[in-house]
Design a protein around this ligand. Structure first.
Ligand code: SF4
Length: 223
């Protein structure tokens, strides 16, 4: 099977980023030799032996928080400097918990909510804002973000209050989401900038296009 490499050029910064998740170790080593200094970045597939949970407080440890702080979300990890999870350079909020279970999913560890932590949304916002100068926007992916729509709606509202570009990945199609007629889902869809929808289908992986895992997925909104 042909393996795909995705090159992302940033002329202003003079950087080249290569997305290598489908490439062999030999190919990656050879590329590193040709391109020079190499810095490993993150993508939705966790690097081996690495977890990037930020120092965030779990809800259960904050019993006296005011009501406005009492929103939390199941989070697998939060990472920065991704150039493959949406347009530009992104801070990425990866939720845990996914009911869809696509065959060949590259992030099976995110399927169980308990593989992440229940963390306050305020803590996530603080982490994202602390890195504001380092990113062009924020991406929310999973797991499946629409498995906890009330929390994600709250998260989206607070990110939008800071004027951030928001991309959301979902394994549902946009038709499935709108047919649910759920206020929190409608709120998310009305306030984000870009939705990347549809399940991962392994047979449709080649030629998926920018930011996508398989050819059935669509970019909906603005980049
Ligand atoms: S929706 Fe995403 S996280 Fe869930 S199984 Fe499919 S590819 Fe994996």
């Amino acid at each position: 099977m042909n393996k795909e490499l995705v090159f992302v050029l940033e002329p202003d910064a003079g950087r080249v980023t290569v997305e290598v998740s489908q490439a062999s170790k030999e190919t990656v080593d050879s590329l590193a030799d040709d391109l020079g200094n190499r810095v490993n970045l993150n993508c939705a597939r966790p690097a081996e032996k690495q977890r990037y949970l930020p120092v965030l407080q779990a809800r259960s440890t904050e019993p006296n928080r005011p009501q406005s702080e009492a929103f939390s979300i199941w989070l697998y990890r939060l990472y920065h400097n991704s150039v493959v999870d949406g347009p530009g350079r992104r801070s990425v909020i990866q939720t845990s918990g996914c009911s869809l279970r696509c065959r060949g999913c590259i992030v099976p560890k995110t399927h169980q909510p308990e593989n992440g932590e229940l963390v306050s949304i305020s803590s996530i916002i603080a982490e994202v804002i602390a890195h504001r100068d380092d990113h062009d926007g924020v991406t929310i992916l999973g797991g499946e973000p629409f498995d906890q729509p009330e929390s994600v709606a709250e998260l989206v509202s607070r990110l939008k209050n800071h004027g951030l570009h928001i991309t959301v990945y979902t394994g549902f199609t946009i038709e499935q989401l709108t047919q649910r007629r759920q206020p929190s889902i409608d709120h998310i869809l009305a306030h984000i900038d870009l939705l990347i929808d549809g399940p991962f289908i392994a047979e449709l992986r080649e030629g998926a296009g920018e930011y996508r895992g398989s050819r059935n997925q669509y970019l909906i909104g603005r980049t």
